[in-house]
Design a protein around this ligand. Structure first.
Ligand code: LLP
Length: 421
């Protein structure tokens, strides 16, 4: 459920009519709803009630500091995967003991940054990374809590490019190597083993892969404890899917995910961490765009929009589906016809949808891509020298620009032409 709905025939974000934002900011723009962010965070936070837990929002999904601040105020922790994300979380007011540092290739300088500012835990992805972190921590005279990311060799059944828990994926270490890795970590200076970590993929639409992976983690917890390690925290990652189609009723509700966690780990006496990104931010945002032209092809009609693959790359990259709705509510009974919805970028991959049935539309009309709160603005680029799309946040009847559209002076000013040219 989200807070984008038609009222009086016009799409609103909470109490703000979308055309009012378009008039003020220009198109295209991202629009986020605070009420939706809060609702989704609480679904998980309250779902884990009774368990010692911390919901660590995966900053990569939407890293705008205003979004982070909304969640930090609710008590969220953060899962960061780079020095930049660490700095964003700190700038948004997140306490250092609520920041988990994940990521498959942390550099020495990122480790130094996180250790000098303080972190809750570092999730290790390999033995060489463990050795470097030990060196860095010891040279700084600090001890850092660590968990190894375990690759449980489970197929999350999601898109190939966002599946991370199979043996063939680059993430984590195999469960069978964990006893040796933990023995090594326990013997190294600067590291304190605190738990286990996993993340098997993103946009999971079924709980069965979690069940399999959780079993691996529970068994490994027992084994490592019997080896004498203190395992007091389990980081179960993120990945729970969201409905991209309103008709997607079959997704497991967050409460069932939380119940599965309780059933599997409730008796182990561990603190539970989860790292949801998409579930919190995905349906809390839309991308608003304007129809520039209707154009007839040989056998089809194109709708050419003012947003493009550089603004929202998911359809081009993963063939993913985003609902596209007109901002002016179609009258009941209006006849829908198939269109190809495309952007202005000079490649055919710049196609948002093919043969999508849409109501009658005219140039100048506003449209909204739904489910654009996660992995959209953060994955945007300035390809074709198209300025990054601004981000706007709505709270009740107020809205504010939370990242402005850059000017062409700013964009051109970033290039440096050597004086010898
Ligand atoms: N934790 C770790 C270690 C992760 O790598 C990720 C996502 C998450 C948590 C959060 O997963 P979520 O709850 O959001 O599914 N760009 C892709 C998604 C990439 C996800 C990468 N890792 C997309 O647009 O679908």
């Amino acid at each position: 459920m989200d807070h984008f709905h038609y009222r009086g025939g016009v799409l609103h974000a909470e109490d703000v009519p979308v055309p009012a934002v378009a008039a003020s900011v220009g198109t295209p723009f991202y629009l986020y709803s605070v009420a939706t962010l809060v609702r989704h965070f609480r679904l998980l936070d309250e779902g884990l009630d009774g368990l010692d837990h911390l919901v660590c929002y995966a900053v990569k999904a939407n890293s705008n500091q205003a979004v982070l601040k909304v969640l930090a105020r609710l008590g969220a922790g953060m899962d960061v995967v780079s020095g930049g994300e660490y700095l964003r979380a700190r700038a948004a007011g997140v306490r250092n003991d609520r920041i988990v540092f994940s990521g498959v290739g942390k550099t020495r300088s990122e480790m130094e940054l996180a250790l000098s500012g303080g972190v809750r835990q570092v999730n290790l992805e390999s033995e060489p990374e463990m050795e470097l972190l030990s060196q860095v921590a010891a040279s700084m005279g600090v001890t850092v809590p660590v968990a190894f990311r375990i690759n449980p060799d489970v197929d999350a059944g999601t898109h190939d490019k966002i599946s991370t828990g199979r043996a063939e994926d680059k993430f984590g270490i195999p469960a069978g190597r964990a006893p040796d890795a933990y023995r090594a970590a326990a013997s190294l200076p600067g590291l304190k083993v605190v738990g286990l970590d996993m993340h098997i993929g993103s946009q999971l639409t079924d709980l069965a892969p979690y069940e399999l992976a959780f079993r691996v983690i529970a068994e490994l917890t027992a084994r490592l404890r019997s080896d004498g390690h203190e395992i007091s925290r389990l980081d179960l990652g993120g990945g729970l899917g969201i409905p991209y189609r309103r008709s997607d009723a079959a997704l497991p509700p967050p409460a069932e995910f939380c119940d599965l966690i309780r059933a599997t780990f409730g008796s182990l006496g561990c603190e539970i961490e989860i790292e949801p990104g998409r579930l919190i931010a995905g349906n809390a945002g839309i991308l608003v765009t304007r129809l520039l032209y209707r154009k007839s092809g040989k056998d089809r009609e194109f709708l050419i929009l003012d947003s493009a693959m550089n603004d929202l790359v998911r359809p081009a990259l993963y063939s993913s589906y985003h609902e596209i709705v007109p901002v002016a509510e179609p009258a009941p009974g209006e006849v829908e016809r198939p269109f190809d919805l495309v952007g202005p970028v000079c490649e055919s991959g710049d196609t948002f949808a093919k043969r999508r049935r849409m109501p009658p539309l005219a140039p100048g009309d506003l449209l909204a891509f739904r489910s654009a709160g996660a992995y959209c603005a953060v994955m945007a680029s300035e390809y074709n020298t198209r300025p990054l799309v601004p981000e706007v946040m709505v709270h009740g009847d107020r809205f504010a620009v939370i990242r402005a559209r850059p000017t062409f002076d700013e964009i051109l000013g970033r290039d440096i032409v050597p004086e010898w040219l």
